[in-house]
Design a protein around this ligand. Sequence first.
Ligand code: NAD
Length: 471
Amino acid sequence: MKICCIGAGYVGGPTMAVIALKCPEIEVVVVDIAAPRINAWNSDHLPIYEPGLDDVVKQCRGKNLFFSTDVEKHVAEANIVFVSVNTPTKTQGLGAGKAADLTYWESAARMIADVSKSDKIVVEKSTVPVKTAEAIERILTHNRKGINFNILSNPEFLAEGTAIADLFNPDRVLIGGRETPEGQKAIKTLKDVYAHWVSDDRILCTNLWSAELSKLAANAFLAQRISSVNAMSALCEATGADVSQVSHSIGTDSRIGPKFLNASVGFGGSCFQKDILNLVYICECNGLPEVANYWKQVIKVNDYQKNRFVNRVVSSMFNTVSGKKIAILGFAFKKDTGDTRETPAIDVCKGLLGDKAKLSIYDPQVTEEQITRDLSMKKFDWDHPAHLQPSSPVTNNKQVSVVWDAYEAIKDAHGICILTEWDEFKKLDYQKVYESMQKPAFVFDGRNVVDANKLREIGFIVYSIGKPLDS
Ligand code: NAD
C-alpha cells in the first residue's frame, strides 16, 4: 500500500511520520507545493518544532517515509490520498471573515481527479465545513475517467506542542464515510491502518457529516471552555475570588472535569478562532442566527480578555507605557511550539505599541522574522469583514527588539509580560531579574505561571489573571 499526504504542515508532517513509524510495510510520501518546507523536512532542521518529532522522522525517513514536491506523481501512485492543506478563513467575497477558504482544498481535489489512473480513497484530514465531502465528491466524480473515489472524513485532533504524544495515544480516531458498501469498505481500509497501534474501541466510525461536524464542534467546545474560565477571571478580579481556586472547585465535579480550565490572556493558534467562525457561518447559512450568536460570544470574550490584559498593564503603570521598556516573555500561542498563528501576543504587543511602549521580546522557539511579520500584519476584523482594522502602530527598530535571552529582554525593563507558559519562565532567578529592572518593577503574568507571593516578597508588583490584585 502507498499513502500520499498533500500538505506537509503542522498536521500532515507529524501524522504521516507516525503512520510511517507504526506501519513499516506502508510507503508514506508527504508532498507539498512549498519547496522550502519539503527541503526542511528532508534536512536536520525540520520546519516545525514539536517534541519527539525529530526522533520519529529520523527513524523512518528514507525507509518508508519520504517528503517530495513531486505532488502529481505520488498522488497518482497512492491508494490512499490524505489532504491536509490549509483551510484559513476567507478574507474577501461571500462569507468573508467567517467562511472557510477552500481554495487550496479545491485545487488539490481537481489535481487528484486529473492525475489519478486508479481507484483511490481520498481522506479529508484538514478541518473543513460540514458537507465539504459532497463538494469534493462532485469535483472528483465530474472529472473521473472510470475511476472510483471514496471520500472519508478523518479529522485530526492533535494539539500542537503534544502532537507526537497525541498521535501515539489518541483519545479517539474518527473516521466518517458513506453508508454504502463501498463507503464502509473504505472505512475498513483506513481503520486497518490505524489499527496498527490504536485499539478498536478508540476508532470511532460515523457518517461523513457527523465526522466533519465533530471536528468543528470539538474545537468550539474547547475554546468555549477557555472563554468561560476567562470570563470568570474578570469576575474574580472584580470580587476578590481567585480563579485557580474556582477552577479547581468546579473541575473536581466529574461532570465538568479539570482540563482546559486555566485562565489566561486568551486562546490563540490557527484553529480555534477560524473553526468557530466557520461554525458561525454554517449556522447563519442554515438559518440559525441565535446559535451563530452563541458561538460568536466565545471569540468576543477572547478579544475582551486580550484587551483587558493590555488595559491592566497600562493602567497599572500609571496610565502610560510611553517610552517604557516592557519585556515580552513568550510569543508563541502556547509552550512547546514555535507557531505564532493567532497568538494573543500579537494583539497584546500591538496594544502596548499603540501606547508607545518599547518592547523587548524573547521566545525560545520564535524567530525575529516571525515576530516582525506578525506585528506588521493588519488585523482582519471578522465582525466587520469589509474593513481591515487600522494598520498596526509603528513597529520600527526603536520600538521593538527581539532578543535570544530572557534576562537580556528584562534588563532595564519597567515591566514584564508573560504571554506563553514556557517552563523556563517559571525557573528564572527572579531576585536577579528584580535587581536588573527599573523600579517599581511590574510582572503581568498572562499565564499564571509564576509564584506571585514569592515575587511580591522580592519587591515586584504582580498582576496574575483572575487573582486578587496588589493593593
Ligand atoms: P499548514 O499551513 O501548516 O500546512 C498546510 C500545507 O499545505 C502548506 O505547507 C501548504 O503549502 C500545503 N498546500 C496547500 N495547498 C497545496 C496543494 N494544492 N498541493 C500541495 N500542498 C499544498 O496547515 P496545518 O496547521 O498543517 O493545518 C492543516 C489543516 O489541518 C487545516 O485545515 C487545519 O485547520 C487542520 N488542523 C490543524 C491543527 C493544528 O494544530 N495545526 C490541528 C488539527 C487540524
